[in-house]
Design a protein around this ligand. Structure first.
Ligand SMILES: Cc1cc2nc3c(=O)[nH]c(=O)nc-3n(C[C@H](O)[C@H](O)[C@H](O)COP(=O)(O)OP(=O)(O)OC[C@H]3O[C@@H](n4cnc5c(N)ncnc54)[C@H](O)[C@@H]3O)c2cc1C
Length: 477
């Protein structure tokens, strides 16, 4: 059965996910559509990740795996060839390069320009860009009205939620620090102009990718002070590495999704041990899991998902979210010179100490900083969202948390399931909001497939949803 084509589509969030949903709509639609992209704070298309103005911030995925289109795997590589600094780089080398994120943002802006801002006269899709925050949505007979913080409203028949990562969750005591000059609650909002002039101490709460970004920023500014980074385990991300062919995983005839968490972990440990014996990096197993991760996650029981998130996610993340070797080398240098000091410890609380902030750690240890940055990673408890829009949608029952409460509940084709358990006729969602149902839903290799599938669902062009997009390995062979 075919349904009528939607005419007015609003996309809330104009990062990679929202912009590429619109680009795919423009590529695929044969019907007239009016798309409105509502985006706050960040330059549309670049979003948080690719809005950086620092060439030192590199992609953490090799160029060969950063095409914005699932059906055109070399698209980004071909685009890079249009730039003079890359046109003479040998193919094999270019494929493995970690390109500045700012340049990747240029790529996305180019796609936005081509498909959304200057489409051909005959193209059926028209796009309007609205800068500002969407605050609330009220359904009406045929669609809904979106209320904007800047005043004004947008009417739509279908709405895509592509609001991206949440800022980090607060920490004990951080409420009282909101106005303190030495406290940075959201690491993705500029803090560079709040650094002490000469020397001093910066404390980074977290040792993941956001901390890596901050350290690279401080070094590229030539800032001379000391940086402390602290997390429960004190693990910094690993570097990408040159791997080996390892066809033994998954073992032939075994469907990883059938195993359940316990047996899967045992199998992974077994193969990690074998790789260590071969003198190879066991993280190869994490990479080889990637084409299967979403299916495995979906087959886990709720208890298995929660156990994985609580007990194994930290180790998974440190092996999975690797960084460019040149960025890793800078971290190592910073550690060797004593500029970067990494600590393992539980953060018990933060409080003002004059014009500085004191971080209390377990075991009686404390760190005091002239600037303390919450880099603990995005808040993953959806019901504690700081987004006014999402709070309103939850309150109205228009969206509902998935079983793990990490994100929204969606069907396989990205349609939101409301509080009544029914498929929404209004809402779809993609990106980090799908963490609880998909687990791997943060990086371009997953998001490009989601953007295409969301566009197909909006256009009523369903594909067999069991087909998972193959994810290319991230290590270099
Ligand atoms: C620092 C950093 C580096 C990264 N590096 C890489 C990398 O190298 N490779 C990779 O594959 N992935 C990387 N990622 C992962 C990255 O999250 C994804 O690649 C992708 O950019 C996510 O896009 P998104 O559109 O889902 O979210 P976002 O980029 O967060 O975009 C969401 C947008 O929605 C807006 N928004 C939210 N709520 C509202 C509202 N109510 N009204 C209006 N607008 C709203 C936000 O302001 C934002 O502009 C990185 C992430 C970060 C944070």
């Amino acid at each position: 059965m075919t349904t009528a084509q939607p005419e007015q589509i609003a996309i809330i969030g104009g990062g990679f996910s929202g912009t590429m949903t619109a680009v795919n709509l423009a590529r695929l639609s044969r019907q007239p559509l009016e798309i409105t992209i509502i985006n706050q704070r960040r330059p549309t298309a670049r979003g948080v990740a690719y809005g950086t103005r620092r060439m030192e911030h590199l992609l953490n995925v090799a160029a060969r795996n950063m095409s914005a289109f699932p059906d055109l795997p070399d698209h980004f590589l071909q685009w890079l060839r249009t730039r003079s600094e890359y046109d003479m780089v040998p193919e094999m080398e270019l494929r493995e390069r970690f390109i500045p994120r700012m340049i990747y943002g240029d790529y996305l802006r180019g796609l936005m320009q081509q498909y959304l801002q200057s489409p051909m006269e005959s193209a059926p899709v028209r796009t309007t860009f609205v800068e500002g925050e969407a605050l609330d949505i009220t359904p009406n007979g045929d669609g809904a009205t979106i209320r904007l913080a800047v005043g004004g409203r947008v009417e739509a028949e279908r709405i895509v939620l592509a609001t991206g990562n949440e800022p980090p969750a607060g920490l004990p005591g951080s409420e009282a620090l909101q106005a303190h000059a030495a406290w940075v609650g959201n690491p993705w909002q500029g803090w560079e102009n709040r650094l002490p002039q000469s020397g001093g101490t910066v404390v980074l709460l977290g040792t993941g990718l956001t901390t890596v970004d901050a350290v690279i920023t401080l070094r590229s500014m030539g800032w001379q002070g000391v940086v402390h980074a602290v997390s429960r385990n004190g693990w910094l991300p690993h570097a990408h590495f040159r791997g080996i062919e390892y066809p033994d995983f998954p073992p032939p005839g075994i469907d990883l999704a059938d195993l359940g968490l316990k047996k899967l972990l045992e199998l992974m440990e077994q193969h990690c041990a074998r790789l260590r014996e071969l003198g190879a990096n066991p993280a190869i197993i994490v990479d080889k899991m990637r084409p299967h991760t979403q299916r495995v996650w979906q087959r886990f029981t709720l208890e298995e998902r929660l156990e994985f998130a609580q007990r194994h996610a930290a180790r998974w993340n440190v092996l999975r979210h690797r960084i460019a070797p040149e960025i890793h080398a800078q971290l190592t240098t910073a550690q060797l010179t004593g500029q970067l000091q990494v600590h393992a410890g539980r953060i018990e609380g933060v409080k003002a100490e004059g014009n500085r902030v004191r971080v209390q750690l377990s075991g009686g240890k404390a760190l005091t900083g002239d600037l303390v940055i919450n880099a603990t990673g995005p808040n993953t408890k959806f019901t504690a969202t700081s987004s006014v829009l999402l709070q309103n949608l939850l309150r109205r029952g228009l969206v509902t948390p998935d079983e793990t409460e990490m994100g929204v509940r969606v069907d396989a084709d990205h349609t939101i399931i409301g509080r009544d358990g029914e498929r929404s006729s209004l809402f779809l969602a993609l990106g980090p909001l799908l963490r609880g149902t998909r687990w791997e839903t943060i990086a371009v290799p997953e998001l490009r497939g989601q953007a295409r599938r969301t566009a197909e669902a909006l256009l009523d062009q369903p594909r067999p949803v069991a087909v998972e997009e193959p994810v290319m390995m991230e290590y270099m062979i």
